[in-house]
Design a protein around this ligand. Sequence first.
Ligand code: PLP
Length: 389
Amino acid sequence: MFSRRTSWDISATPLAEAVARRTAEGRPLLDLTEANPTRVGLGFSPAALREALADPRAARYEPNPLGLAAAREAIARYYAERGHAVVPERVVVTASTSEAYAFLFKLLADPGDEALVPEPSYPLFAYLAGLESVRTVGYPLRYDGEWHLDRHGLESALSARTRAIVTVSPNNPSGSFLKADELALLSQVCGERGLVLIADEVFSDFALDPAPGRVETVCGTPGVLAFALSGISKIGALPQLKVGWMVASGPEALVEPAMRRLEVIADTYLSASTPSQLALVALLARRAEVQEPLRERLRRNLETLRAARGPGASWQPLKVEGGWSAVLRVPRTRSEQEWALALLEEDGVLVHPGFFFDFPGEAYLVVSLIVPPEEFAEGVARLGRRLEG
Ligand SMILES: Cc1ncc(COP(=O)(O)O)c(C=O)c1O
C-alpha cells in the first residue's frame, strides 16, 4: 500500500529508548544535544516578534511564487551587507532551507539519480533526497588538525547518475568552512561533468576559529550553476518563522531556465506565508540583536569545552571554524553508542554519537554549543570525568 521511499526503519535506537525511559522515570538529564535556539534562552524578544509580525500588508494575499518582492529585496540586502552582490531576481523564497533542497532535487534529478553529500554531515539529507526519489552518496571529509575535502573520495563517489554536489559551509557538525581551493575543485568537477553545486550556508554568520581561505558564500562563483541556501532558522535563531531561501548564480544560459522551472515548482505549493515573509524583512535587519549574544555563547561554551580537557587526556575537541556544534574525538575503547549510553545512564548527560552524522570512522561524539552555559559547563565536566576515568 505504501511507497518504497517511505519504508524507513523508524524503530527507536537504543540511545533514544534510554532517553525515553529516563524521561518517563522523571530522572534529570543534561541535554548537550539541544540545538533549538528557542529552548535555550536565545532569540528575539516576544515584543520584537510581535512587532515584526504586525505588518498590515499581511492582510492581503497576493502571492509571488518566487517570494514577495520585499522579502527577496531584504535577502539581497543581507548579502550586500556582507559584501556579496545578489540581485532579488535570483532569489527564491521557500518555507525553510529543507524546502529549498526539495525544490532543487525536483529541478535537477529524476528518480534514481544521485546527489553527493559530505560525510560527516547533516542527517536529514537522506530523507530530503529520498522523498524526491534521489539517492545520496557520501563523499568523505578528513581531519588532520582541520577538516578537508578529500579529492580522491569525491571523485570515487561520482557516477553517471550524479546530478549535484552538496556542500555545507560551515558544516554541521564538523564546523568546517569550505575553503577557496575546495570551491575551485568542486566548481571544476561540476563544470566538467555538468553538475550543479548546492551550498548550505545556514551557519555562515557564525565564524569561530580562524579559517584562512574560508568561503562565505558560493554566490557568484564563475562557470558553474550554484545555489546558495540559507534561512532565518539560524541567521535569526527563528526556526518557527519557517522562511528559507536559495540564491541562484552562474552562467546566465543555465540560471535563466533554472529560475523559470523553479517558479513553476514554487507556484505549485506557494508555501512561504505572507506574514512570515513580511516579518523576515524586519527581522533580517535586526539580526545583530540575536547574533551577537549567540556568538558570545558559542565562544564561551567552546572555551569551556577546551578547558575541560585535562593534560594528556585521551579525548580531544576538534577545531571548530564555525557553526553551532563541536566534535570530540574519543578513545575507541568503546563504540560511540557505548560512550553515549554510559554518559546517559551513569552521568545523566546526553550527547550525539558520531554515527548519527555519518562520520567516516569511529569514535566521535557531538555536542551543541548553544546549550545554556551553566548546563553546558556541568555536562562537559561530567563528560571529561567519564572520558578520562
Ligand atoms: C546544515 C543545516 N541545513 C539546514 C538546516 C535547517 O534549516 P531550516 O530550518 O531552514 O530547514 C539545518 C538545521 O539544523 C542544518 O543544520
